[in-house]
Ligand binder design. Structure first.
Ligand SMILES: *Cc1c(COP(=O)(O)O)cnc(C)c1O
Length: 364
């Protein structure tokens, strides 16, 4: 390739995209990567073998378009989620990011607004702006918690078309009670999305927002196979909602958006849900070990119901991040002053992080 490349400013780009930055968590080939909340345990061999068999069968028909309604996969998700859900209440796409984008395309878009309680998942504003809608950031208490009263009054004031409730919240790990979700639903007239990307890491017996679905036709509960299911590379996310919401999403999806290979792989993985999820308890053990060790080192970890820990008490996050990087450990600076976020890895990865942190001394 020769010639001079154009600059972004010179292109006839949409005005509302000028000056925007793309999602950019660093992807560096370090030995210990604990920066994007992946499940660092590989897919168990027996499951990988079954997925391969399913892929081989799907490949024989890959000359044809896939099942546009991904019926078998929706049935698989309905069975996995329980709560009496049926496939007409399930939607899926290439990662829950695409699922959330479908919601925004159908219910937000130009002239409309989407709302979240900051700090929260960095993709919400990006996806919102991508559809031409306006992002509104609400506030949390100092410890990142939310009361039903505060949440409801902020929603009544903002009157958003779409609300994102990240439960538990990324990047803080903070749990969200069903009371807050119900209060937000009652205070809003728009779509309320509860993003349960980390639900499987919550304490056993904690009830999902799926229990709130009956009678709440504007409520949506989204999940992903990227975290607990160790399936981030396959790109599969899904949601449960009223069948009318699913009909709305059909208006905006690309035809055949889930490839035959994705459908086959995800359907096979779901048949082995309990094996796929077997590392969750081990990851939770490592998460709690991180929190306890960080406290002992004098840092300030926040309560987490996820597979990661946000910790404060970091004098210079950029310097500590770089110090860990130089030791071969990649974590995340999420831009909260004096804080860093680390994903719970395998026992060995977690040890590598904790040892490296102890040697990089930059506490306040
Ligand atoms: C990781 C994450 C997702 C998952 O995204 P995928 O597109 O399914 O990989 C969704 N929501 C939150 C809050 C996350 O942290």
């Amino acid at each position: 390739m020769g010639g001079v490349s154009a600059r972004l400013e010179d292109l006839p780009l949409r005005d509302d995209l000028r000056g925007q930055r793309p999602y950019g968590a660093p992807q560096a080939p370090l030995p210990v990567a604990l920066n994007v909340n992946e499940n660092t345990h590989p897919v168990p061999q027996e499951v990988a073998d079954d997925i391969l068999d399913s892929l081989a069968i799907a490949l024989r028909e890959v000359n044809r378009y896939p099942d546009r309604e991904f019926t078998a996969l929706r049935e698989g998700f309905a069975d996995y989620l329980g709560f009496g859900l049926t496939r007409d209440q399930i939607w899926a796409a290439n990662g829950s990011n695409e699922v959330l984008q479908h919601i925004l395309q159908a219910f937000a878009g130009p002239g409309r607004t989407a709302f979240g309680f900051a700090p929260t998942y960095s993709m919400y504003p990006l996806l919102t702006r991508g559809t031409g809608a306006t992002w509104i950031a609400g506030a949390r208490a100092h410890d990142f918690t939310l009361t039903p009263e505060s949440a409801a009054s902020q929603i009544s004031d903002a009157e958003p078309d779409v609300v994102f409730l990240c439960a538990p919240n990324n990047p803080t790990g903070t749990p969200m009670s069903l009371d807050v979700i119900d209060a937000v639903y009652e205070a809003s007239r728009g779509i309320v999305v509860v993003d349960e990307a980390y639900q499987e890491f919550a304490p056993h017996g904690e009830v999902s927002a799926l229990s709130l679905l009956p009678g709440r036709e504007r409520l949506v509960v989204s999940r992903t196979m990227s975290k607990a299911f160790a399936f981030a590379g396959a790109r599969v996310g899904y949601l449960a909602a009223d069948p009318a919401v699913i009909d709305a999403l059909r208006l905006v999806r690309l035809p055949y958006h889930l490839s035959a290979l994705t459908q086959a792989a995800a359907t096979a993985a779901l048949r082995h849900a309990s094996t796929m999820l077997r590392m969750v308890d081990e990851i939770v053990t490592q998460r709690d070990r991180i929190s306890a060790t960080l406290s002992a080192l004098g840092y300030d970890p926040h309560e987490s119901w996820t597979n990661f820990v946000l910790f404060g008490g970091v004098a210079d996050p950029a310097a500590t991040w770089q110090g860990l990087y130089d030791e071969g450990v990649l974590i995340r600076d999420v831009g909260i002053p004096h804080h860093l976020r680390v994903t719970a890895g395998t026992e060995a990865e977690t040890t590598a992080f904790l040892d490296a942190l102890a040697s990089v001394d930059s506490r306040t």
